[in-house]
Design a protein around this ligand. Structure first.
Ligand code: GDU
Length: 323
């Protein structure tokens, strides 16, 4: 039977499809291509273009393919945009997941691995953040992802569905082949924005806020390589296949870098001066997000391979230069 990857043309989805196919899995990808890229879909995956808000589309898909488990990336995921257009996030993220769950229950598909986020925590009460810490999102994006997790919880209880929710910290880097990587339109994520300067696409990078309560006043984030995230999805499917209970896992490196430190590291990797200018805070940004991923390591057997920021940025730089 196949694994259905929803949002498999997107950044983390496409990397997960590469790892799944590398592990010998049969993979079906569905994506509405609103933010995904057709060329990022692995050539060995069967591709369906469509939207998870369409029950007809999902019914056809589940009738045509024998699906054993779903990996769900199909959502909007920009913190800034979610603050300016919250209803877009409620519509796609929550309504889309509602239709998906109805279709899964109707077609007797009972395992789902879900792309969640550190943004569910809001301002953390502890660093590093544990899965048991309170979740009070400071932006609409995190709020909708938390509500999606709760939807899995209650639907799971009612219909015997089991889920694994993976709360990623800051996904970054690119596939070692340089064939796929991070390419949002427009780009808002820190590392690809920084790399646009040495690529000649922008003159400088703006630092959103230098007055946070952190070691240099800029926001601290936990940067985790996309291939390590992709591997965690495979481990999560295996966990559900061996009867694992529904659960939530953080995925990060456990080390935080400030915005200024990330820029400095990119200067080292690219050999470019990368000018940075001060800008106001961005709405919805918590000061610090750093993960404890001990639970994923202990229970899923996750073992991230990329533990240093320089290697991560170098992989992103390799992808962007090839393009
Ligand atoms: O031009 C920029 C872009 C970003 N930043 C700063 O860099 C940090 C990282 O910003 P990103 O936009 O790259 O990432 P976020 O931390 O906002 O969010 C990312 O990580 C979250 C979890 O931490 C969610 O998963 C979300 O989907 C994902 O976009 C933030 O402090 C942001 O303010 C800048 O200073 N300048």
């Amino acid at each position: 039977m196949a694994i259905l990857v929803l949002g498999g043309a997107g950044y983390i989805g496409s990397h997960t499809v590469y790892e799944l196919i590398g592990s010998g899995a049969d993979v079906v990808v569905a994506d509405n291509l609103e933010t995904g890229h057709r060329e990022a879909v692995h050539p060995q995956a069967r591709f369906y273009q469509g939207d998870i808000r369409s029950r007809d589309f999902l019914d056809r898909l589940f009738q045509q393919e024998a699906i054993d488990a779903v990996i769900h990336f199909a959502a909007n995921s920009l913190v800034g945009e979610s603050m300016m257009n919250p209803l877009k996030y409620y519509d796609n993220n929550l309504c889309g997941t509602k239709v998906l769950l109805e279709a899964m229950v109707a077609h007797n598909v009972r395992k789902i691995v879900f792309s969640s986020t550190a943004a569910t925590y809001g301002e953390p009460v502890n660093i590093p953040i544990l899965e048991t810490d309170p979740a009070h999102p400071t932006n609409t994006y995190g709020e909708t992802k938390l509500a999606m997790e709760r939807m899995f919880h209650w639907v799971g209880k009612a219909h015997g569905l089991r889920y694994v929710s993976l709360r990623y910290f800051n996904a970054c880097g690119a596939h070692k082949s340089g064939k796929i990587g991070e390419m949002h339109q427009p780009e808002t994520h820190l590392i690809p924005i920084i790399l646009q300067v040495p690529l000649g696409k922008r003159k400088s990078v703006s630092i959103y806020g230098e007055d946070y309560d952190t070691r240099d006043g800029t926001c601290v984030r936990d940067y985790i390589h996309v291939t390590d995230l992709a591997q965690a999805h495979i481990l999560a499917v295996e966990y559900l296949n061996r009867g694992g209970e529904s659960d939530i896992f953080n995925l990060g490196n456990g080390v935080g870098f400030t915005v200024k430190e990330v820029i400095e590291c990119a200067r080292k990797v690219t050999g470019h001066p990368i000018p940075a200018i001060s800008a106001p805070r961005r709405a919805g940004d918590p000061a610090q997000l750093v993960a404890s991923s001990e639970k994923a390591k202990n229970i899923l057997g996750w073992n991230p391979q990329y533990d240093d920021l320089e290697t991560i940025i170098a992989s992103a730089w390799n992808f962007h230069r090839k393009r």
